[in-house]
Design a protein around this ligand. Structure first.
Ligand SMILES: Cc1ncc(C[n+]2csc(CCOP(=O)(O)OP(=O)(O)O)c2C)c(N)n1
Ligand SMILES: [Mg+2]
Length: 572
């Protein structure tokens, strides 16, 4: 009786589709008009008070921005643009979203002329006449892809797409609209009937089973040396406070996965940093010695977990409790004795009071012993006289100069691996890394989206020179749309990661002065060659209110090998 159709009069279908986004609480969309999507952008103009439309310079930036908006907001991040270019250019953010479980809506068109779909193609993605098949192509990188052939389906398809993006383990969902689907009106007699969007959004998040909670709590209470592994699922659930309360109640050290870094402040007495392949000695030592591992929102991917080295994680010698929102993830990578299904914030809220009176007595003593035996960070070779600044120096200077609440976004390459190992976060929700696919060019668009969603926090993008040059056109958007991010480049003039994996061939770039390029774009910019310049430049950038770039000339003597954990087994 309480469900009623939502429209009482006929309205333009594109207006009704935009209204669905508003009803779902989506407040930003990213993209570039093209093909039939121009109609959707037209309808967005009237709703700017509710949904800010961010025009990007290239779809790859829009894809990452939508991915990060999804990751940070828990609502689908929306990318709008023409099908071929969303797939061709926007894929880096979409693949990251697919692998890192970020809710996304990809609103695109077939670029078809419906009457001529069977005839020779011009951009059309229907797959007819040997044209490219958008539906098939989107399928490989989405949880679900809907094709929408007529106006009557458009509203409901958008509602279903939001539902599918959010239900269970989140992810990208494709909405492929035929040109015809965005023409005409919808109203009270439209078939299928149109109901309010709220009915399609999950009302009750999945509640964990009582008996599974009780069994997990018993194992945790009886543990002598528990450790918590926090993953990206904690961020997606926004369960930062719940994680802290749980860790403090149990008295368990917390380590994070790569994508989980930033879920738990690393200056908290229970934090031991990032664990795994590039983890800190103390985080890996703690995980290795733990009798019970509580894994929250992590698939424990092999690439994160020292390539399944049993000296690090071993289900035969350790009891593993896995908390995950998705049943399919249970025991996928490592068999786990106890699985509690549910969203991290709900499970932790219910589990924490059940874990009171844990058996381990001397948490302080255990932490002291870990600190005595394992370092907080690897030791690094001393720079040679005449070397350019070490990226480690740059990281330490940055950390000193940035306030606790700053959000850092990372790119790909050695700069990312070094940041993961060495940069200490000091607040929750403060570090974003694309460890699902690991695309270069991620940091700048990620920072743009983070700044839009968290306008009161400083946001810093850290890239290598390779990654920076891939998406430096994001600085044009930062200037045009007044998004004052700080972009830091570790400019070593090489693709450090690739060069150190293999050899020097095809890995070197010219030493561009990116500061001058950024200045020409309208940013405040600093070319930095001395460590002492970093602090003052960041202090100025934090107060500038305009996008700023620090082009830091760094050496490439320290490599990813210097932060590879001894637990990481060599792949054959
Ligand atoms: C879009 C994309 N292309 C290629 C790669 C493969 N790749 C990973 S890291 C890297 C080198 C990155 O160089 P740079 O951005 O200068 O960072 P550095 O390693 O020098 O710190 C390459 C080519 C990738 N991850 N993403
Ligand atoms: Mg480089």
């Amino acid at each position: 009786m309480s469900i009623r159709r939502s429209l009482s009069t006929e309205v333009a279908v594109v207006d009704a589709v935009v209204n669905v986004l508003v009803e779902a609480g989506i407040d930003h969309v990213f993209g570039m008009p093209g093909g039939h999507t121009c109609r959707l952008f037209g309808a967005l103009e009237a709703r700017q008070a509710a949904i800010r439309t961010v025009l990007v310079r290239e779809e790859s930036l829009g894809g990452v921005m939508a991915e990060v908006a999804g990751r940070l907001s828990g609502k689908p991040g929306v990318l709008i643009g023409q099908g071929p270019w969303i797939l061709g250019n926007g894929l880096i953010g979409i693949i990251e979203g697919y692998l890192s479980s970020s809710p996304m809506l990809l609103m695109t068109d077939f670029s078809d002329s419906p009457r001529y779909a069977l005839h020779a193609p011009y951009q059309q993605g229907t797959g007819d006449y040997g044209g490219w098949d958008a539906r098939q192509a989107f399928k490989g990188v989405t949880k679900q892809t809907f094709q929408v052939l007529e106006a009557g389906q458009a509203v409901q398809a958008t509602q279903l797409a939001i539902k599918h993006a959010l239900a269970g383990q989140p992810g990208p969902v494709g909405l492929l609209f035929s040109g015809r689907a965005w023409q005409g009106t919808v109203g009270p007699n439209t078939v299928p009937r149109i109901y309010p969007t709220a009915h399609y959004l999950s009302k009750a998040a999945m509640c964990p089973s009582r008996s599974h909670l009780a069994a997990a709590a018993e194992v945790i209470r009886e543990s002598k040396a528990p450790a918590i592994i926090a993953g990206n699922g904690v961020r997606i659930a926004g369960a930062f406070d719940e994680l802290r309360r749980f860790a403090e109640e149990v008295g368990a050290p917390v380590v994070t996965t790569a994508t989980g870094k930033g879920c738990f402040p690393e200056n908290h007495p229970l934090s031991l940093g990032t664990f795994g392949t590039f983890g800190t000695p103390i985080a890996n030592g703690c995980v290795s010695e733990a009798d019970v591992l509580v894994v929250i929102g992590s698939k424990l991917s092999a690439s994160d977990c020292a390539w399944e080295n049993p000296e690090l994680i071993d289900p035969e010698r350790q009891t593993i409790v896995q908390i995950d929102v998705e049943a399919r993830n249970a025991s996928w990578t490592t068999p786990c004795e106890h699985v509690v299904l549910g969203s991290a914030e709900i499970v932790l809220t219910e589990l924490t009071p059940l874990c009171g009176g844990a058996a381990q007595e001397d948490v302080e003593g255990r932490l002291r012993s870990l600190r005595d035996r394992f370092a907080m960070m690897n030791t690094f070779p001393t720079p040679r006289p005449g070397d350019a600044m070490s990226p480690l120096t740059a990281i330490m200077e940055m950390r000193k100069a940035l306030p606790d609440e700053a959000i850092v976004t990372c790119d790909a390459g050695e700069n990312r691996i070094l940041m993961m190992h060495c940069f200490q976060t000091r607040s929750a929700d403060s570090f974003l890394m694309a460890a699902g696919a690991g695309p270069m060019g991620y940091a700048i668009p990620a920072a743009l989206a983070a700044k839009l969603l968290r306008p009161n926090r400083p946001v810093v993008a850290v890239s290598g020179d390779g990654g920076f040059a891939m998406t430096m056109n994001g600085l044009l958007t930062a200037v045009e749309q007044n998004i004052p991010i700080i972009s830091v480049i570790f400019n070593n003039s090489v693709l450090g990661w690739s060069m150190h994996v293999e050899n020097e061939f095809a890995n070197s770039f010219k030493d561009f002065n990116y500061a001058r390029i950024a200045e020409a774009m309208g940013c405040n910019a600093y070319r930095i060659e001395q460590a002492s310049q970093i602090g003052p430049a960041i202090a100025e950038a934090l107060n500038a209110g305009v996008p700023c770039v620090l082009d830091i000339v760094t050496s490439h003597e320290i490599t990813f090998k210097n932060v590879t954990s001894p637990f990481s087994v060599k792949l054959v």
